[in-house]
Design a protein around this ligand. Structure first.
Ligand code: 5GP
Ligand code: MN
Length: 321
């Protein structure tokens, strides 16, 4: 297929389709798999949307969430596997085994670090989000779009642009959003579910974190460390703490924010955020991760204290701090 062709045109009524994204799903990954999934259900009778683990409950309200399944290896084969918002196949978690069961892998993403692991690769780093990119592909089929699909895509654009404040937000992003809003999507419902329905415990936890994070390198870096013990103390789930990192990035003088989440005794999820010119995608690559210039992450093996030291040393080396 030529790079200019729209992969949607490959899909026929009898096509067997899988749609997947990365582990620890975020708004853009969920919005894109649901938006594309609902759209393709208009064409094919065999559309399977797989999520790596449980959907975080704040996304339950989304149209199509009832179709999300956890993949069970049952030897089902697929004609097409759409992999959305996922820079490298290792981030697929349990769903990675679907790739070898699929004749054609269609990789659609906006990460600069994407490894082009698909048979078809539609990578556009100028897009704010995979949802914006999906919308650009679906616009040729305007009569098959509807409020439900628009709701999912809008939600992904909203979250990946930090509610339209990050510099990945372009004129094209706003045009896409304007067109999606024509479908009369209920923005109140989206905002209330995503941002105004937090557990009391998660807000108390935020209070703790904001009293205990570390400031490094004369105020240029802020580091938040979240251990399993702390999550237990506040009785919250790992997926409830996304967003914590933005608070410390917002501090005057802070150029880079780092969040370390202890997944197990031997595995740590790293998130990096930068404010100005530091390219955290480069930094994340040092830890076999990736992402974007101003938001990137990695998963590494090791004890959380050791990982913290390694990151501090890497910052000294890379930034001369
Ligand atoms: P977050 O810190 O919110 O998990 O991720 C920030 C950005 O980096 C997102 O675009 C996300 O997709 C990407 N990212 C996070 N973790 C990884 C990782 O382990 N590998 C790669 N390649 N990208 C990641
Ligand atoms: Mn994204």
């Amino acid at each position: 297929m030529s790079v200019n062709e729209n992969p949607i045109s490959l899909i026929k009524e009898e096509s067997k389709i899988a749609i997947i994204s990365h582990m620890s799903p975020d708004g853009d990954s969920i919005g894109s798999i649901l938006g594309l999934g609902l759209f393709l259900m208009n064409i094919s009778k065999d559309v399977n949307i797989y999520i790596d683990e449980k959907l975080p409950s704040r996304y339950d309200f989304l149209p199509g969430s009832q179709f999300l399944k956890v993949y069970k290896d049952d030897n089902k084969k697929f004609d097409f596997c759409f992999v959305l918002d996922c820079g490298d196949a290792d981030r697929l978690g349990h769903n990675q085994s679907i790739l070898s069961k699929s004749s054609t892998i269609i990789n659609i993403d906006h990460h600069i670090s994407n490894t082009n692991f698909g048979d078809v690769n539609i990578i556009n780093t100028n897009m704010s989000s995979t949802c914006e990119l999906i919308f650009s592909l679906l616009k040729n089929y305007i009569n098959k779009l509807n409020k439900d699909i628009a709701t999912c895509l809008y939600m992904g654009i909203l979250t990946d642009t930090g509610n339209f404040i990050y510099d990945n937000t372009t004129a094209n992003t706003h045009k896409a959003v304007s067109e999606l809003m024509e479908y009369n999507i209920d923005i109140n419902i989206i905002v209330q579910n995503l941002y105004q329905n937090k557990s009391l415990n998660s807000i108390r936890f935020l209070g703790h974190v904001l009293n205990n994070f570390k400031i490094l390198f004369n105020g240029k870096a802020a580091l938040v460390v979240v251990t399993q013990e702390l999550l237990k103390e506040y009785d919250i789930e790992l997926d409830e703490i996304d967003g914590v990192i933005n608070y410390v990035r917002d501090i005057e003088g802070v150029e880079i924010a780092i969040l370390l989440k202890e997944i197990t005794d031997d595995e740590v999820k790293i998130s990096f955020r930068s404010k100005y010119d530091i390219d955290v995608n480069d930094l994340a690559k040092r830890f076999n991760g990736g992402g974007h210039k101003k938001a990137a992450g990695a998963r590494v093996k090791g004890n959380i204290g050791t990982v913290e030291n390694n990151i501090i040393n890497q910052l000294k080396l890379d930034l001369g701090w």
